[in-house]
Write a protein that binds this ligand. Structure first.
Ligand code: UDP
Ligand code: MG
Length: 345
């Protein structure tokens, strides 16, 4: 779906909603004046993630008096990140903000994000939760652990405590749309692309109404998706186990032979003992080797770009100042080529 520049609004606000009938009215009431106040043209893409309550009905009712409100309904509950994918892929705005429906992320921060992106010429503005005192100690603890682990896996560029409240430019959305990943985790994927970014800090509020849609089961699923999407380290476990058992096999084999020479063993024990040790080590090493290749196949299937070109001085007559951290103005140049990224192209 290609969007003609003329029809595209300045801003799209993507809101995944699952069984959020209790917050729809308050959410609309808070969001609308904020967006009207920006003076920008906008659309709100509310993605109803297969709710079993009246969420979609209520949204459609609001859309009658709020023409900028679009309602996208998924046929079945597909999960927060999938709902975000649906919204991002269908958004048309020059800038796209994703925000939770429960008002834990204050909509009043959106104009600040937009202003930051425009003034500083960055492609991504993260909403960073500077204050999570309203979250339960359990949520704070698990979130702290999650962000620490992910920084180790994805790299230190990952903004800590940045969830899915963020603004991205159309260039970023286009890159995301081309990734064939089935289980994207946007809070890791977006920083890993390396677009120029800035942060806006805010305090996380309590849920406006209703209950969390992230039970422990979903939190664990998100953590596992995050890990498996970014590292093949768990596959390598077999290799390391194999190496360790091979080393201990050598030691134990020597001890076994000494016992044999001492005559302290029953016949047949030594050969059996050494064979079991050796072959289990060899099997683990082979499994690890398989894992290495499976990991590579997985990364190929993910088809992430190996690199994205910021600019090429042959195409941009006046390249931005590259000494600064943020290559400002890059995105307006026609040269922001998104490289398919296969090695050698
Ligand atoms: N959500 C969704 N599909 C799901 C679960 C959650 O679209 O299967 C939405 C939910 O309606 C909310 C956002 O994702 O807008 C974040 O969920 P929630 O506030 O329950 O998570 P928490 O803030 O408790 O981590
Ligand atoms: Mg929430």
């Amino acid at each position: 779906m290609d969007i003609s520049a003329a029809g595209a609004p300045d801003l799209s606000v993507v809101v995944p909603m699952y069984n959020e009938q209790d917050v729809v009215a308050v959410f609309v009431e808070r969001l609308r004046p904020v967006l009207d106040g920006t003076g920008a043209t906008y659309e709100v893409v509310a993605v109803d993630d297969g709710s079993r309550d009246r969420t979609a009905r209520l949204l459609l009712d609001h859309a009658r008096s709020w023409p900028q409100l679009r309602v996208v309904r998924l046929r079945r509950n597909s999960g927060h990140q999938a709902a975000l994918t649906a919204g991002l892929h269908r958004s048309r705005g020059r800038w796209v903000v994703s925000i939770d429906a429960d008002l834990q992320d204050p909509p009043e921060v959106i104009p600040e994000m937009l202003a930051t992106a425009r003034e500083r010429g960055v492609d991504v503005v993260y909403g960073v939760r500077a204050d999570r005192s309203t979250d339960t100690p359990f949520k704070r603890g698990t979130a702290g652990l999650y962000y620490r682990l992910m920084r180790r896996i994805v790299g230190a560029d990952l903004p800590a405590q940045a969830g899915d409240f963020r603004l991205v430019s159309r260039d970023v959305v286009e890159v995301l749309r081309r990734l064939p990943e089935r289980t994207p985790v946007y809070r890791l994927l977006v920083p890993s692309l390396g677009f120029a970014a800035a942060e806006v800090r805010y305090s996380r509020a309590v849920r406006a109404a209703g209950a969390t849609k992230y039970p422990l089961r979903r939190m664990i699923a998100l953590a596992w998706d995050s890990t498996a999407n970014f590292t093949a380290a768990p596959l390598r476990l077999a290799t390391w186990l194999g190496v360790v058992s091979f080393a201990s096999c050598l030691v134990l084999a020597v001890l076994g032979l000494i016992a044999y020479a001492d005559g302290a063993t029953i016949p047949g024990w030594t050969s059996l003992f050494v064979a079991v040790l050796l072959f289990s080590a060899v099997q683990l090493i082979c499994l690890g080797l398989l894992g290495e290749y499976v990991g590579r196949i997985y990364r190929t299937v993910q088809n992430r770009p190996t690199h994205l070109v910021g600019f090429d001085s042959a195409e941009v007559p006046d390249p931005p100042d590259v000494t600064g951290v943020e290559p400002t103005g890059v995105r307006d140049a026609p040269a922001v080529a998104v490289t398919g990224g296969r090695a050698g192209d």
